[in-house]
Design a binder for this molecule. Structure first.
Ligand SMILES: Nc1ncnc2c1ncn2[C@@H]1O[C@H](COP(=O)(O)OP(=O)(O)OP(=O)(O)O)[C@@H](O)[C@H]1O
Ligand SMILES: [Mg+2]
Length: 382
């Protein structure tokens, strides 16, 4: 008699959470090797501080944590500080104090007494104070670290922008002679491009000081599919190869979207198989969550008129020029709905708000396929 084989299905291995390190870290070869050489070069020359830039959910935190692992593997103590949200009412000293506190926790050693270190910071919250106190702090910390190089990761620097002179303080401290000569801290900062943009003006000393920049982008097709396959290893669940390709087709390799969609697909397995039938349900759940996380707030920024144009762009499913838009509205199927004036302004505003983009030919486009699906389904009430 034949017995049905019991398949043991493991818990869901995907990590669709901001800041959760993936079970399998995909791609990023170039970034990792760039950091590896950075670690080496920083030993013999001035540390080459690095800025990691990327939009929401693209994998900044995970990359920084991977860098931290590499640093420690190479024998360089490292600490990871997540910058929480500050407001205009906070003072730069508050931010420097938080960074110092996190550094002490991150580098935690028996010979570090946090109280003793934090007492270096007085309550006088002037800029100059913040600068000299943080410099003293670094010098003192360096003495107990007993290292050739120590790495400090500051994640989500955009949260500090309301008190943006904090970063100027950091720059000023790191370029002080006594710090350059007596310590070797390598700083790695991460931020959204929008957050960092203020410093990119060529006259801004911050942009010129933190010159080495690395942009985090979507995973390429090979890396994304490979990562999904490896994440499934030994779970008892398999994705059909057409499903894996479709994951890439819809997410274009955006790590958070890949994790979320894969996680829902995993939950849709039947006897350890994920086949075409699991797709629609997983996609609907994914879009619902992406809406809650991000897409709703993105759409909320658009006026009703702008939303109409967005819907047309989604329905046409290809990049459109201003001329295409005008054409569609004069004779096309959207003709009656629309007064043609101001189309240009609406489109420009959508672009300014980061809701749509432009392709290489400068045509208007919805770069994120999942966002396009979201708009289509939302508008038709599906
Ligand atoms: N290289 C990678 N391989 C596989 N999954 C990844 C990779 N990088 C990130 N992820 C996954 O993508 C999601 C987002 O990653 P992460 O939180 O690092 O991004 P982020 O840019 O820091 O996002 P946020 O804007 O929320 O700060 C997480 O679910 C994470 O597990
Ligand atoms: Mg993050």
């Amino acid at each position: 008699m034949l017995h049905k084989v019991n398949i043991m299905i493991k818990p869901n291995p995907f990590t669709p959470q901001s800041g959760w390190e993936p079970r399998v870290f995909g791609g990023r070869e170039e970034a990792l090797s760039l950091f590896r050489s950075n670690l080496k070069e920083s030993l013999s020359a001035r540390p080459n501080h690095l800025v990691v830039l990327g939009e929401w959910g693209i994998g900044k935190t995970s990359l920084l944590k991977q860098f931290r692992r590499m640093s420690q593997e190479a024998g360089r103590p490292a600490c990871f500080c997540s910058i929480s949200r500050f407001t205009k009412n906070d003072k730069p000293l508050d931010a420097m104090y938080l960074i110092a506190e996190e550094m002490l926790m991150g580098f935690s050693r028996p010979n570090i007494d946090p109280e003793e270190f934090l007492s270096l910071f007085s309550k006088k919250k002037s800029l100059l104070q913040a600068q000299s106190q943080f410099a003293k702090f670094l010098l003192k910390l360096w003495q107990v670290l007993d290292a050739e190089l120590a790495v400090v990761f500051l994640d989500d620097l955009q949260n500090i922008m309301p008190i943006s002179n904090t970063i100027d303080i950091l720059r000023a401290v790191l370029s002080k002679d006594e710090i350059v000569q007596n310590t070797k801290f390598l700083f790695v900062l991460s931020s959204t491009p929008g957050g960092w943009a203020t410093f990119l003006d060529k006259h801004d000393p911050i942009g010129r000081f933190f010159r080495k920049r690395l942009t985090v982008e979507n995973l390429n097709m090979g890396d994304a599919i490979d990562m999904v396959g490896k994440t499934l290893y030994d779970t008892g669940v398999e994705f059909d190869s057409a499903i894996k390709e479709k994951i890439f087709e819809y997410t274009n390799g955006h790590p958070y979207e890949v994790q979320l969609l894969s996680s829902h697909l995993y939950d849709g397995q039947i006897e350890g198989k994920v086949l075409a039938g699991a797709w629609e349900g997983a996609l609907v759940n994914t879009l619902k969550e992406l809406g809650r996380d991000y897409f709703n707030s993105l759409l909320f920024r658009a006026s009703d008129r702008e939303k109409d144009l967005l819907k047309i762009l989604a329905e046409e499913n290809q990049p459109l020029s201003l001329k295409d838009f005008r054409g569609l509205m004069i004779v096309g199927r959207y003709a009656k709905k629309f007064p043609i004036a101001n189309i240009k302004n609406f489109l420009y505003r959508l672009e300014e708000k980061g809701i749509i983009g432009r392709d290489q030919k400068a045509n208007f486009d919805i770069p994120d396929r999942m966002f396009r699906e979201f708009i289509l389904r939302k508008e038709t009430g599906k």
